[in-house]
Design a binder for this molecule. Structure first.
Ligand code: GDP
Ligand code: IMO
Ligand code: MG
Length: 431
């Protein structure tokens, strides 16, 4: 085995800027592979005057040379996928030649979307704040061994299988006190949406399908370079996030092995990406959340509105205990800090260094949402006013920002090798 697979994944609650950095790194790779999640992801890429948001397609797609693999761990919704292809091709990006889809990737069915909506409605105030893309129900079916996979589309009895699962879902929905006839999917009634969805299967069938575990391991044997692209973030991991306010997949490095069929011994560098502050969209604990003007200013300056749902993101200061937890779980070898430019113009900037739970100081992320008993301990840093736009050299960054970066590095003992100072591909400082 000549090469290893490098990994780039989010260390916070998603939306760290994974899409941007995968795009920046792609010229050094032959293959970019998504290993988990589905259209709940929204990965933004900007270059020149163009901006794209990807949901299912890996962020290596703008480099003509790279092959983009949708791995077995990913969920595909043929409807969302089709719309994504259309929006790319209307901008002149033809993806048919450069995308390979695992036969083992599971399909998100229209009734998964319904189930997601019904479960959330039934939970009322306790809802997860799901993106309503059908993620939870589709992964549930995968582990319950009832799911349908991309490879199943080739089976002569696919239609029969689809009808069977569909009718099971509708039975399940009837148990809930929710009138599903009023639920819209992508602005359509269920019947109309399902009709469209079934039409889109043909488009999906035009793509090259592969046994991606063989494809990727053979590529490694030939010395090809692979970058695995994470979706969501470590703090949304189904095991390690603040359950149940999580997504339904393994968002950590462990997910690379199961989601692509790459053995642990063939994982190379692990690039952990984090914002210089924190954001979260959806419900669930967020210890450093700011409910004041400072939080509002972060949201405005950082344009913190969801790339998939448009929801405003909750904003707060950097959470060091959570960052250390994520670095530990992923075996991060190198850090990349995003959105440093957003912090320009704040008189002071804080970092949470500890939690105080029931009066006890700790650096460990607590079991659940013990918000009432949790106090956050901060260290305060002097801010800076200089705009970071146009900055290309680490040495020229404001000294207060360098102090901020050095403090984080000294705490986590992992180098920050990249500082991002704007959404555009070129607004990236590599140390
Ligand atoms: P992803 O899901 O991790 O790929 O991240 P998203 O695309 O959902 O959210 C990141 C947002 O921040 C996008 O709108 C990016 O264009 C933007 N962005 C990325 N890096 C930077 C940066 O360094 N500075 C600023 N101001 N915006 C950035
Ligand atoms: P990217 O890849 C931010 C959040 C949802 C919700 C929880 C569960 O763009 O970083 P789900 O739809 O998965 O059942 O929702 O997870 N969530 C994300 N938050 N970025 C994402 O993806 C997310 N994908 C899911 O808001 O709180
Ligand atoms: Mg996103």
């Amino acid at each position: 085995m000549k090469t290893k697979t490098d990994v780039l994944l989010g260390l916070q609650w998603g939306d760290e800027g994974k899409g941007k950095i995968v795009d920046v790194l792609t010229p050094s790779y032959d293959i970019v592979a998504r290993f988990q999640g589905g259209p709940n992801a929204g990965h933004t890429i900007e270059f020149g005057h163009k901006k794209f948001v990807l949901h299912t397609i890996p962020s290596g797609i703008f480099n003509r040379r790279a092959i983009n693999v949708i791995g077995n761990g990913v969920l595909i919704d043929p409807f969302v996928f089709d719309r994504e292809i259309d929006s790319l091709s209307s901008s002149g990006v033809d993806i048919t030649a450069n995308v390979l889809i695992s036969r083992k990737a599971h399909l998100i069915l229209p009734t998964h979307r319904l189930l997601d909506a019904v479960y959330e409605k039934a939970m009322g105030k306790e809802k997860i704040g799901s993106t309503l893309k059908g993620i939870g129900p589709a992964y549930t079916d995968k582990t319950a061994r009832k799911g349908l996979r991309v490879g199943d589309l080739d089976l002569p009895d696919f239609d029969k299988r689809y009808r069977k699962v569909r009718s099971q879902h509708l039975k399940l929905i009837s148990l809930y006190d929710v009138d599903f006839k009023n639920i819209e999917i992508e602005g359509m009634s269920f019947e109309i949406y399902e009709k469209r969805w079934l039409e889109k299967l043909k488009r999906l069938q035009q793509f090259k399908k592969t046994d991606s575990e063989y494809y990727l391991n053979e590529a490694l044997a030939q010395g090809k370079k692979i970058l695995a692209e994470g979706a969501q973030g470590t703090m949304l991991d189904v095991d390690f996030g603040a359950y149940p306010f999580v997504t339904s997949s393994s968002t950590t490095t462990a997910g690379v092995c199961s989601g692509l069929g790459i053995p642990p011994s063939k994982v190379g560098e692990v690039f952990g990406i984090f914002k210089a502050y924190c954001t979260r969209v959806g419900s669930g604990p967020f210890p450093t959340e700011l409910f004041d003007e400072t939080g509002e200013k972060l949201r405005e300056k950082g344009q913190e509105f969801g790339a998939t749902t448009g929801r405003p993101r909750r904003c707060g200061w950097l959470d060091l205990p959570a960052l250390k937890y994520a670095i530990m779980l992923n075996g991060v070898t190198e850090l990349k800090m995003m959105k440093a430019d957003v912090l320009s113009g704040f008189p002071e900037i804080k970092i949470a260094t500890h939690y105080k739970i029931n009066g006890q100081l700790t650096e460990k992320v607590p079991f659940g949402a013990e918000k009432e008993n949790t106090e956050v301990v901060y260290k305060t840093f002097e801010g800076w006013n200089e705009s970071l736009e146009e900055m290309t050299d680490f040495d020229n960054l404001p000294k207060q920002l360098k102090t901020y970066i050095q403090f984080i590095e000294s705490e986590v003992e992992i180098p920050i090798r990249l500082v991002s100072v704007g959404p555009n591909r070129k607004e990236t400082i590599i140390r």
